[in-house]
Design a binder for this molecule. Structure first.
Ligand code: 3SK
Length: 502
């Protein structure tokens, strides 16, 4: 990791990443913004923010909208003005937005004009909502159009807060994670520079929104750090991703395991030969998904574990190194270890809590839960992992997703991976449900391939299959078929909703 200068504005650095006439942002409908155009447009917005709107360094500014070039321009403008970006998901609802604004002490909101409804409903006291893209008199872009097209970025300190990334978690109030200007560059200078290794010729795309730091890194920070281009998709389901790759000759793809599985079902109809790097994160990547993607594309998926608290990916592997069923090794710059509840090291080969530290880390905003996440300088991510003797890290489960049945510890993801290997299974999730005799038993929620009947014969077939590949105590005793699994807007499985449904 470079020694960042004491005065550092990460937005100014990223905007300087490409030549003025190099393409920076593209959209599938043919828009193309050069680095020079993005610099000019974000400069004009920064003038409105610091001029008539009165934004001062340190103000928290909410950013809400689908993944468009204007959202990126607003993000750059906020950071250049020395303010703090609080980017949320377009899918978030009024009460969630109200919580974010309250916790983050948000004073301004720049909002895509199509998404102002929920913000207005949130009724946040003293929040100034500024719509963009609708063309009205109060529209940010209209106000910005005759402003100067250069802006001297506020010389923030490298340790000034650049963004607050909110993590909803599964329970409790959302937590705001503070990240500094240097952190934003550090994720590019660690994971991206050493594992992904992009160049200015690359074209990135992917599904995670910019309100999820997986997307902010993969679609904005990493490409701009090397002067590459990013194709921004407002709608980024599996079909749109496949079409984008094929039509625009995308070279670097960021999405989650579920989307890779869904793409595989349709992939034969698309030319995916432009792809060079495919990153999978956000959830555990089953070995079967890794293998199926490799068989179809010849590409070795780059698996990674990241966290909003850590800003981006901190364990990963790429190229010939990447192994199905393993996450990888600590990204250069990060250190990891497996510990028990008393933070004592657990021997290699045995499961324990994943602890990590490096240039980025958790700083919750005014939240007691900081004490649980960071202990003795180590970030405890809430994942159970095993380190193999050769230093490779393998995911076992989220620490609270272990099932204990008749005294056996069962890792839910292992059972899910087994079920996913059955050709009739599209998605699978398992939980432990209370049982008088065994304490808990494994219950599976399964999404079946279209046309497969959700009946007793299918249950019997899945039981037979599970028993043929796993010891019986791990096999689900109960099955339920669902049309889809409950997920957060960022694609993470909401196991608590499955638990509530039983
Ligand atoms: O939360 C995650 O899973 C994640 C993954 C990669 C990069 C960033 C994040 C937040």
């Amino acid at each position: 990791i470079p020694d960042y200068p004491e005065r550092l504005n990460c937005a100014a650095e990223l905007l300087a990443g490409g030549a003025p006439d190099a393409v920076c942002l593209r959209t599938p409908d043919g828009q193309s913004w050069t680095y020079g155009e993005l610099r000019a447009r974000s400069a004009r917005i920064a003038h409105v923010l610091t001029g008539e709107l009165g934004v001062v360094p340190g103000n928290r500014v909410l950013l809400r909208g689908p993944t468009t070039p204007w959202l990126v321009a607003c993000w750059m403008a906020v950071l250049q003005a020395g303010a703090v970006a609080v980017t949320v998901l377009a899918a978030q609802r009024a009460h969630e937005l109200a919580d974010v604004c309250d916790i983050g002490q948000v004073r301004y909101a720049l909002c895509d004009h199509r998404f102002t409804g929920e913000l207005v409903k949130a009724a946040v006291p003293d929040l100034r909502i500024v719509p963009y893209g609708g063309g009205g008199d109060d529209d940010l872009l209209r106000r910005a159009q005759d402003r100067p097209d250069s802006y001297d970025a506020v010389p923030t300190s490298c340790d000034d807060v650049a963004l607050i990334a909110f993590t909803s978690g599964t329970t409790g109030r959302p937590k705001g994670c503070l990240h500094f200007h240097r952190d934003v560059l550090a994720i590019a200078d660690t994971f991206s520079a050493t594992v992904l290794r992009p160049s200015a010729d690359d074209l990135f795309t992917g599904s995670p929104p910019l309100g999820f730091t997986f997307g902010l890194g993969g679609l904005v920070v990493f490409p701009m750090r090397v002067g590459a281009s990013s194709l921004l998709l407002e709608k980024a389901g599996p079909a749109e991703l496949l079409a984008a790759v094929a039509d625009q000759r995308v070279t670097v793809l960021f999405t989650a395991p579920t989307a890779y599985r869904a793409m595989l079902a349709e992939a034969d109809a698309y030319d995916l030969t432009s792809l060079r790097r495919c990153v999978s994160a956000g959830e555990n990547l089953p070995a079967a998904t890794w293998q199926a993607w490799y068989d179809r594309t010849g590409l070795r998926l780059i698996n990674g574990i990241g966290a909003t608290e850590m800003l981006h990916i901190f364990i990963s592997a790429a190229g010939q190194e990447a192994r199905p069923g393993a996450t990888g090794r600590p990204v250069p710059g990060y250190a990891a270890r497996i510990v028990d509840a008393a933070l004592q090291p657990v021997p290699d080969g045995q499961p324990g809590l994943l602890a990590v530290r490096g240039p980025t880390g958790c700083r919750y905003l005014a939240d007691e839960r900081q004490r649980e996440y960071v202990r003795a300088g180590w970030n405890l991510t809430g994942d159970t992992y095993v380190r193999d003797i050769d230093g490779w890290y393998r995911y076992v489960a989220r620490a609270d997703d272990m099932i204990i049945s008749a005294g056996y510890n069962i890792a839910g993801p292992e059972v899910e991976e087994t079920l996913l290997r059955h050709p009739d299974v599209v998605e699978a999730a398992v939980i432990g449900v209370p049982d008088d005799e065994r304490g808990q038993v494994v219950k599976a929620f399964v999404v079946l391939r279209e046309g497969v009947p959700a009946d007793d014969a299918t249950v019997a077939e899945l039981r037979r299959f599970a028993k043929s590949v796993m010891v019986p105590y791990k096999c689900p005793r109960e099955f339920r078929f669902l049309p889809g699994l409950p997920r957060t807007p960022t694609g993470k499985l909401q196991r608590f909703r499955l638990r509530d449904a039983t």
